[in-house]
Write a protein that binds this ligand. Structure first.
Ligand code: URA
Length: 434
């Protein structure tokens, strides 16, 4: 087999065989296929696309390119959740303990964030002492003991994807749907998922800017799931405004705990219930979404969902008191409010601008090495569609340095649009693809 023939075949609109895809993934991982040939192939895929069969084969080949997590010693169907990412997205912090409290085993590897605020792992480090690096055995034992563990990505999972993603980043081929879909799905499969719930974000603060793009990506991932025997459901949800009120690590943790207690923002609660209830169905715990929803609402109301997070925090080296007394989380030194200049209705809250402001404050990182400040961020007081009077607070900024606070204020100029009439309601969930 020769890589040059595969490039030519794809360039001319042909379909690669399973063996050819395995050959190119193996060769690229071990270095026998050079970057320049892989770049040419990625560009050919960008223009010619891939069939569902090719995309499924690419996914499995990448999932198998390195270590794979074996979760078979855990009882039950392991349902993983993935979000394509957005501003204020703390869904995993809520969903993981919530579905675990219902009886779904959650053995989750999560990332640190690049961009708007930290990733789930950064956020969890708001609990002093919380350990995100665990041995495989500690990780699995914790799930056997208490039903949930969330740790950082470790081990040599999907090296082919790591290399290919970095290459795509510098060859203008990130935006090829089969490549994005196989990249995401290969990581979930290597992390041991039997079933996968995808939260595909769409809007100004998301990777996918239009509903059409989000739907194409969601369809591609659901098709891969059925191709490779992993039940996959995709929820397409709004990211034009931040999710919930809080943006920033400890601030988001606080909001996540409030949501677990059934006292969270409406949009976050709704999304968590939509995602969590489907995970219960996929895990075989309930027969329909309504039953799942009811179960999750009961766990929130009874305090069992918060208790499950507290158990996880303690099992991973933190102090469970931090979950019950949120004033123990990191706090910023400077609190500054921004108020409305006119009466009206909030017609837009620019998620991207809010995200940039949080990065400027130090809540997110632009390079992998950048440290983050867990205490800083923003808390919205209003959401799209809310009525507001001149002088009312729109957002509170939590900062640790005045210089950064001033820069964040600049980033946020114009982020809140106020109009005299209510706009049509924009949905939180656009579509669910199963
Ligand atoms: N996220 C991924 O993990 N992979 C992609 O290709 C794009 C976004």
């Amino acid at each position: 087999m020769r890589m040059v023939d595969m490039i030519a075949k794809k360039r001319d609109g042909g379909e690669l065989t399973t063996e050819e895809i395995q050959f190119l993934v193996t060769g690229y991982t071990d270095g026998s296929i050079p970057d320049y040939q892989m770049s040419a192939l990625a560009m050919a895929v960008f223009f010619r696309g891939m069939t569902a069969r090719e995309t499924g084969d690419l996914t499995l080949a990448m999932a198998g390119s390195g270590e794979q997590l074996d979760l078979s010693s855990l009882q039950g169907i392991k349902v993983d959740k993935h979000s394509t990412g957005g501003v204020g997205d703390k869904t995993t912090l809520v969903v993981a303990p919530l579905v675990a409290a219902a009886g779904i085993p959650v053995a989750k590897m999560s990332g640190r964030g690049l961009g708007y605020s930290g990733g789930t792992i950064d956020k969890l480090e708001s609990f002093a002492g919380f350990e995100v690096e665990r041995t495989r055995e500690q990780f699995l034992q914790q799930v056997r003991d208490i039903g949930v563990s969330v740790i950082g990505q470790s081990g040599n999972l999907t090296p082919a994807d790591k290399k290919l993603y970095a290459l795509r980043d510098v060859t203008a081929t990130v935006e090829a749907v089969p490549l994005i879909a196989s990249s995401i799905m290969s990581k979930k499969i290597a992390a041991g998922a039997d079933a996968i719930l995808l939260d595909v974000k769409v809007g100004k603060g998301a990777f996918m800017k239009s509903i059409e793009e989000a739907e194409t990506l969601a369809n591609a991932m659901v098709a891969i799931g059925s191709q490779v025997g992993r039940k996959t459901v995709a929820v397409i949800s709004d990211m034009n405004q931040p999710l919930g009120f809080a943006v920033g690590n400890a601030l988001e943790v606080k909001e996540a705990v409030e949501t677990l207690a059934g006292k969270g923002p409406r949009d976050l609660t709704e999304l968590v219930l939509a995602i969590g209830s489907r995970m219960l169905v996929m895990g075989g715990l309930v027969t329909n979404v309504e039953e799942g929803r009811k179960k999750l609402e009961d766990l929130m109301a009874s305090g069992k969902a918060v208790d499950k997070l507290a158990e996880m925090v303690e099992a991973q080296g933190g102090n469970k008191q931090d979950v019950y007394d949120l004033s123990r989380l990191p706090q910023a030194k400077l609190i500054h409010t921004v108020t409305a200049e006119q009466d009206g209705y909030i017609s837009e809250i620019d998620a991207e601008a809010i995200g940039h402001a949080s990065v400027v404050l130090g809540a997110g990182r632009l390079t992998k090495e950048m440290p983050i400040d867990l205490a800083v961020g923003l808390v919205l007081h209003k959401k799209r569609g809310d009525q507001v009077k001149a002088g009312e607070v729109l957002v509170t900024i939590h900062a640790n340095e005045d210089r950064l606070l001033q820069s964040a204020l600049k980033e946020m100029e114009g982020a809140f649009q106020i109009s005299t009439a209510i706009d049509g309601d924009q949905p939180l969930i656009y579509k669910i693809i199963e």
